[in-house]
Design a binder for this molecule. Sequence first.
Ligand code: FE
Length: 163
Amino acid sequence: MKKLVLFSVVLMFISYTGKGQNKTIKKNTMNDTSPTVNHTEEEWKKILTPEQYHVLREKGTDLPFTGKYYLNKEKGVYHCAACGNELFTSDMKFDSSCGWPSFDKEIAGGKIKKQVDRSLGMVRTEILCAKCGSHLGHLFDDGPTLTGLRYCVNSTSVDFKGK
Ligand code: FE
């Protein structure tokens, strides 16, 4: 009987921590917020350069190792190139060999929206500016720092403002 009780307690503990973990991962990686900056695509075409429009609004990707911020080590803040939303600080940037600017965390406050991207035969997590819905890049869980996260961002999607 004692064994049965102990077994039940262990089972309850496992199912409890399991649920908690799932909830945390879901909360941290997927959020559903509607953009507060809304322009029609025709308006975005007038606001953005053709290159910015392609990456930010058509989910394009900078060629690896070519982006203007890939090797940037200056201190400052990276903003959404479409609406100015503050996304990352230079302290969150790390040296990555992947070819795109990479960050291990985002500025707090739900500034980045995550959604599943099933394009190109892969399942990835797309990251978008929560304020205007523009495409930023992808989020991976293979980061080398303590957070384990790698926000892989197109240079074209961000504007850097130095301190
Ligand atoms: Fe934005």
